[in-house]
Design a protein around this ligand. Sequence first.
Ligand SMILES: Nc1nc2c(ncn2[C@@H]2O[C@H](COP(=O)(O)OP(=O)(O)O)[C@@H](O)[C@H]2O)c(=O)[nH]1
Ligand SMILES: [Mg+2]
Length: 247
Amino acid sequence: MENLSWDYILKYVLLGDSATGKSSLLIRITDDRFDLTEPTLGVEFGSRILSVGEDGKRVKVQCWDTAGTESFRSITRSYFRGAAGALLVYDVTRRESFDHVTSWLEDLRKYADENVSIILVANKIDLCSTSPEPLPSIQFGHPFPAPSTTFDTSSSRSPSPTPRPSTDIPKDLKNRRVSSMEGALFAKEHGLLYVETSAKEGWGVTDAFEWTAREVLEKVKKGELDRRKPGGVKLKAKEMERQSKCC
Ligand SMILES: Nc1nc2c(ncn2[C@@H]2O[C@H](COP(=O)(O)OP(=O)(O)O)[C@@H](O)[C@H]2O)c(=O)[nH]1
Ligand SMILES: [Mg+2]
């Protein structure tokens, strides 16, 4: 039987323009399938337990999938409050969905808790590549993924930042409107994590949810989250006791 026990529950939100693949990413992480999805009206919900970090903490991510259309934007914003993690999604084949990331980020900064961990998700890379590509080697100011390495964008469970040769660059860029470098630099500039995904092929999807969880858990460990109001993080009683002893 599936083990449903958890050490942490984290609230996540998925945001970004319509049709960038938010619902598809959610279905991929919760059910490991790719379907034709109906456009999201308002907000939908899904959850999945992930094993995170070297000590394999069991983290239940509860994801709120929001609608990217202007008419639902005020509803969408109300879900930002109390989120521990946010997946800000754009479609690498639609330039305007990347141009709008700035405005989604402004919304997050305004309506979400200041400690929210954000990952910029460049989705639909299957449309411009036949396999997951290495990400640009950029020095990130984040503990995860490890600095000065390329990231593994495969759908493996653990983020293994295996360095790959820098000559291994994408070949079929015909459909691509936002390069890896541009996405990664934007993320670095704004203090976000960065990942490339294909909800269709399952590439990088687990990494997106897991890397965000790792960053949240790092903040919990360092005591950066207010214990009385830990914004979107729920700890099991046992874990709470351990945390209060250690820091
Ligand atoms: N090729 C490809 N299509 C995708 C991917 N993710 C989503 N789609 C398609 O893009 C469209 C919008 O996806 P959806 O998940 O509804 O986007 P949302 O509006 O952001 O929730 C649908 O036709 C999906 O099948 C992907 O990774 N690759
Ligand atoms: Mg949707």
